[in-house]
Design a protein around this ligand. Structure first.
Ligand code: SF4
Length: 432
């Protein structure tokens, strides 16, 4: 028998993490810029091309982040600014037009072209918005040209996806239809699971942003309701709201509880009765609970410290503390958008430090003082912390691995328990 899917009442003693004053820090940061979002966005949007207007540094970043993908003729590239471009900006626009024309004549499969701003293009104030408008006119109706910034000055890691999706919202067609829009680029297999569960409850039509192809682009209007699949989509949510759409607010679909509450919020909006909801979710909920129990044995009673990376930290801490028995010491996010992660904060009793932004040396001092059982951090900090005897989880995997919804709940717990189990095994071997 399922327990009813509803948000638990407020905690008796003290408040929730929503009431916790946020520790805001600025200083040296160890994070990716938003260009990295291109790596998963270009796979999701099958007729889009991402042209970064940047320097060799930007090209190198994409090459190292994409790994072997760069050998598979990916749909992204960098137009590298040369010294001549830096000297006079009128030339840079002409060169950009020439590069785009050459690219589009070689790749007739491209229907959407994103001009992606970088630190260098922003510092020299290259007006990519104007360039996108000019190029849209030039290449209409075959290709639509948009632009957004993925620069390190403007964006951190997953914010690149937010900036990209937000740039699409003003040009989405208008509609008066009552439709559900799922917002966020998830692996197809995970997105299919979500659509299938909602469809089985009789909810529809369901549209997704970003759509796999330009021709499937969803419409938006006053009867559109949307639910975010990712907690880092603040600008996109605001842009959709400006177009008249209404957001369904819910905890994010991580783990059995998170997924159930997320689905329940949408089901409530569409008037799905309890019996239908339970019929559709009972079996996958039971599977998820079992998988989490198996994968989380090593996590029970362990402490965890999140350094800021992707804005997934708060919903993941909620999953780990409530479903895997962990205790959070600090939950750091690059930005905290309470309009999106508020329902997750409501589910955690006050206790952990909630921090926004980073002054990395100060934060490392706090990690060393707390000596958590597990520290979630970027690749640049993981090995140095391991060398100090701390166990780490590379945050990047949480973005590249399918982790949402019921069927992935066990894998998600496994991502955190694996480093703890590995350290215990290595210790055992060393002792033998
Ligand atoms: S956009 Fe900025 S932070 Fe990102 S790779 Fe280019 S120069 Fe570096």
């Amino acid at each position: 028998m399922n327990t009813p899917a509803s948000i638990p009442p407020p905690f008796k003693n003290g408040g929730t993490c929503r009431d916790t004053p946020v520790l805001k820090e600025r200083g040296q940061r160890e994070v990716f810029c938003g260009l990295t979002g291109i790596i998963w966005l270009h796979r999701k949007m099958q007729d889009a091309f991402f042209l970064v207007i940047g320097s060799r540094t930007c090209a190198h970043l994409l090459q190292s982040a994409a790994g072997v993908m760069i050998f598979a003729e990916p749909r992204f590239g960098t137009a590298i600014l040369e010294e001549t471009d830096l000297a006079g900006m009128a030339d840079a626009h002409e060169e950009l037009d020439r590069e785009v024309a050459r690219l589009l004549s070689r790749r007739p499969d491209i229907k959407q072209l994103f001009l992606v701003g970088s630190c260098p293009s922003e510092v020299i104030k290259l007006d990519l918005t104007r360039a996108a408008e000019r190029l849209t006119v030039e290449h209409a109706p075959h290709v639509r040209v948009l632009n957004y910034s993925g620069s390190g000055i403007e964006t951190t890691f997953t914010q690149g996806e937010d900036a990209c999706l937000a740039s699409m919202v003003p040009v989405l067609p208008s509609t008066d239809q009552r439709e559900l829009m799922l917002v966020g680029a998830l692996p197809d297999v995970v997105e299919d699971q979500a659509v299938s569960l909602l469809t089985q409850m009789g909810i529809g039509p369901i549209r997704v942003l970003p759509a796999p192809r330009a021709s499937d682009t969803p419409g938006v209007g006053p009867n559109t309701v949307f639910a975010c699949l990712q907690p880092f989509l603040g600008d996109t949510a605001a842009a959709l709201t400006r177009r008249g759409a209404t957001m369904i607010s819910a905890p994010f679909p991580f783990g059995e509880e998170g997924t159930t509450l997320w689905l329940r919020a949408i089901a409530d909006e569409f008037g799905v009765d309890d019996e239908t909801f339970d019929r559709v979710t009972a079996a996958p909920r039971a599977r998820a609970r079992k998988a989490i129990a198996n994968a989380s044995a090593a996590l029970q009673g362990k402490t965890i410290f999140f350094m800021p990376d992707s804005q997934l930290e708060i919903p993941l801490a909620r999953f780990l503390t409530r479903e895997c028995g962990m205790e959070a010491i600090e939950i750091g996010q690059p930005f905290i958008h309470k309009g999106l992660v508020g329902p997750d904060l409501d589910l955690m009793p006050a206790g952990p430090t909630i921090s926004e932004g980073q002054d990395v040396d100060k934060q490392l001092d706090r990690v060393r003082a707390a000596r958590p059982d597990l520290t979630v951090c970027g690749l640049g900090l993981a090995n140095p912390l391991e060398a100090e005897g701390l166990t780490t989880k590379w945050a990047i995997e949480l973005v590249f691995t399918p982790v949402h919804f019921y069927e992935q709940a066990g894998d998600l717990a496994g991502l955190f328990s694996r480093p703890i189990r590995r350290r215990a095994l290595l210790k055992l071997e060393a002792a033998e």
